[in-house]
Design a protein around this ligand. Sequence first.
Ligand code: F6P
Length: 323
Amino acid sequence: MKRIAVFTSGGDAPGMNAAIRAVVRSGIYNKAEVFGIMRGLEGMIDGDLIPLAADSVSNIIQRGGTILKTTRSPRFLTKEGMQTAAEKLQKHSIDGVIAIGGDGTFRAAEDFHQYSPIPFIGVPCTIDNDLSGTDYTIGYDTAINTVVQAVDKIRDTADSHNRLFFVEVMGNDSGQIALMSSIGVGAESLLIPESVTDMEHLLYVLDKGWNRAKSSCIIIVAEGDEEGGAYKVAEKVKSHFNQYDTRVTVLGHVQRGGNPTCMDRVNATRLGVAAVEALLAGRKQEMVGIINNQIAYTPFKNAVKQHPPIDAGLLKLTAILSN
Ligand code: F6P
């Protein structure tokens, strides 16, 4: 394993830079040359590779975003795209590739294997925390802390005005951000794509809060909830329950940026090093993860097969505590 390439792909996540740094430094420690593929799978097709020395990753562990840039690449999903990318990796004599990204990235890496024998190892990086084979994806901890900081501020103003707020958080098909942040901010209720939303129950919770003179209510809505985003849910609620003055906040891409938390930096560092060691040990087409604080390896196809289930015990906490 002389020449290792690393790329970031899909939606960026805080901690990607820490993972790149870990891959580069541990690759060099293990006497390999490390190359960065710019702009994810797009850059792989274009052969956009740059050498990465130890000092090229100085001072990035604390920075959000990704120094290698990222894309979602429809071009890569074509036969021509994959064939061209395979030729480019071969031309650069790449022996192994580390893919830093989420489920779309690992699906692409698995499909690519029919066009290239070069081994890939994945590092789970997405704010959505929606991969099997790791307890936490890199970026998730930072994102939920960003949500908590924002909603704490919303609570201040909601409380001053006796208002009801619907706060939309990211998670197109994952309620993990909504679940954890709801507990962290003491939300009155949450709406997530993994469970069918019971609008009757939501109205009951709001009515109960109003009757016991709650001075504010926060409802967290995952963007992918089947009732629609926070604006739609607020409209539906208002047509049946209009006691509170109501406002909507969509947190959006603020959740994707910012300095990674210590937890995300540490996990990114552990997983970046583990990914290099996995390649050196001859592993391939697997994602490295952390399960019960131990490094674990999961074939790409299993990591993306289904989302980890929502923890029913955690889901119940909001219902118990919003009484
Ligand atoms: O997968 C990460 C994520 O932030 C999702 O939570 C969200 O639905 C999506 O990416 C947004 O993607 P984009 O940045 O392309 O709008």
